[in-house]
Design a binder for this molecule. Structure first.
Ligand code: AMP
Length: 230
């Protein structure tokens, strides 16, 4: 399946994507993670993106579309993927159709969550600098500031400060929220309540995906070709 996770920063897209990877056996394609990796590696894209990301603005459409176009060509993404943080603008959604094919995306899942819940989550969010695992005040790393998964350093993201959070939420409303109607218009949208423990939200997501899978017509088996004895 080819799935898009939509929703404001702090809705739990990354947390849910990691769980879906395990469940569905398809990779998570997070443009935020890919850009942070480029920043850490000091690539030309990373050098340009760093200041933009730190202040909570959007990296240019063409850069992000290029990154995604390259990534979905890789072998592991052939049987499906979970897009997390992309598309973020209508232009990106249109480009995604152009680099895959119209109707190629099976499902856009909108993680619906009130702004006040998101503000609380983002202020308390901590993240591993090595593997990207998220932590919260309710589930902090067991070993202080070291990641439970890989032992990397756990810090607050530069764009989880108050000013940057405000800017990201405004940009979300202006640029990304219109995609909810866009995918509804393409008959791909499912809305899932994203309030609650990640396990509960995950169970809702799995139900939504299973319902959709059942609704997708299964193609008839290929007919065996006849051999004739000449
Ligand atoms: P995220 O981890 O998804 O919150 O993304 C972190 C930051 O990376 C965003 O605030 C943007 O600066 C940048 N970014 C990630 N995905 C995109 C995208 N699809 N379009 C533009 N900028 C993006």
């Amino acid at each position: 399946m080819r799935i898009i996770l939509l929703g404001p920063p702090g809705a739990g897209k990354g947390t849910q994507a990691v769980r879906l990877v395990e469940r569905l056996g398809i990779p998570q394609l997070s443009t935020g993670d890919m850009l942070r990796a480029a920043v850490a590696a000091g690539t030309p894209i990373g050098l340009k993106a760093k200041a933009i990301m730190d202040t909570g603005q959007l990296v240019s459409d063409d850069v992000v579309v290029g990154i995604v176009a390259d990534r979905i060509e890789e072998e592991d993404a052939r049987k499906g993927f979970i897009l997390d943080g992309f598309p973020r603008t209508t232009y990106q959604a249109e480009q995604l159709e152009a680099i895959t094919s119209p109707g190629h995306i099976d499902l856009a899942i909108y993680l619906e969550i009130p702004t006040e819940v998101v503000l609380g989550r983002l202020a308390g969010r901590r993240v591993c600098t090595e593997c990207g695992t998220n932590y919260s005040p309710q589930s902090p790393p067991k070993a202080g500031t070291r990641c439970d998964v890989c032992g990397g350093e756990v810090v607050q993201r530069k764009d989880d400060t108050e000013g940057a959070i405000r800017r990201r939420l405004t940009l979300y409303e202006q640029e990304t929220a219109p995609l909810i109607a866009w995918y509804q218009g393409h008959d791909k949208l499912v809305t899932v309540d994203a309030v609650g423990h990640p396990d509960e939200v995950n169970a809702r997501l799995i139900r939504a995906i299973d319902d959709r899978r059942q609704a997708i017509p299964v193609p008839p088996p290929a007919r065996p070709t006849r051999t004739t004895n000449a």
